[in-house]
Write a protein that binds this ligand. Sequence first.
Ligand SMILES: [Zn+2]
Ligand SMILES: [Zn+2]
Length: 394
Amino acid sequence: MPTEISRGLERVKKYKGDIIRIRRDLHMYPELGNEEFRTSKVVSEVLEGLGLKVERGIAGTGVVGLLEGGSSEKTIALRADMDALPIQDRKEAAYSSRVEGKMHACGHDAHTAMLLGAAMVLAEMKDRLCGNVKFIFQPAEENTGGAARMIEAGIMENPHVDAIFGLHVSPELEVGTVGIRYGTANACSDDVRIEVLGSSAHGAQPHKGVDAIVIASQVINALQQIISRKIDPLEPATLTIGTIMGGTQSNIIADRVKMTGTIRTLDSATRERIKKSIEGITASVSRAMGGQHRVIVEPGYPLLINDSSMTDLVKKAAGRIVGEGVIEIGKPRLGVEDFAYYLQRAPGSFWRLGTGNEEKGIKCIAHSPCFDIDEDALCIGTAVHVQTVLDYLG
Ligand SMILES: [Zn+2]
Ligand SMILES: [Zn+2]
């Protein structure tokens, strides 16, 4: 192994036990978005113990730690998300979730542990840093976009953040690799709410009412034609109806059905076309069948666009840790990520840490009940965080 690679990892090794212990602790006690009370307490205590300036209770449960370095005015921020998901943990591990129906199935426990690890390493090197490091621990990445509220609360100022970096664990990439992407890395989303209105009748006399369930089923089928027939096949886009609720009893014609869904696109023209088509199709189908409709589309997370020079920086920093293991990811994802909000305020880059391991059987995808990471990746992620800071602050 080349010496530079050993040095980057060597710095972190000392804290390996701490990072794994924190990750497992958070993994056992997962908290959903906006309820990260215990997690933010764990985070604050570690940061305070390191002598950082700590602000708690930002946007609810958010925490920011500031490490003030030497002379330079520059400030680099690193971000982790802390929330878990409403999923029952099905894996067999000593550190499986102890909380019924809740699980760190997206790896945010690992993000938090690695960022704390980076704080431990950098606090020790404080005198050598030409600038400040802001450690951002945000709530609710999965549900309500905690990033936007952290920004509203002012975390990108005092001191002003000049560049920001974040990572996401990736079971699709093998441990020992780091994925980077220039430009657009994640889609933007829109939340869709559709209501179809009919009128009730006895289930044995359907002709005396307007069946909202039958209308809804036609609407859902017709909506499938938007992506397949209205959008350029070379343009990535998806429309998913994720929930449907209607009816009260088996022998009553339902007068109302509510559906919710999500639109994912990479381009504003495609986004507008889909939104318009949803309204048009829902209106026409409902009217043709004697019912009424209501469609509300609200913007979700924005596009995540990585800055090229900041991505270059991550590429070099990661190269110093994993050598040939840096992979340029070929395609953007239609998944969304609220790190996008930070990138609207400061240049930065969001990268992927390989946490899969075919040999060990660690390959379950995020948001699945068997999700896990290869903990060997924790030191790598921490080391890349640290190297990014050292390279940025020169
Ligand atoms: Zn997730
Ligand atoms: Zn996630």
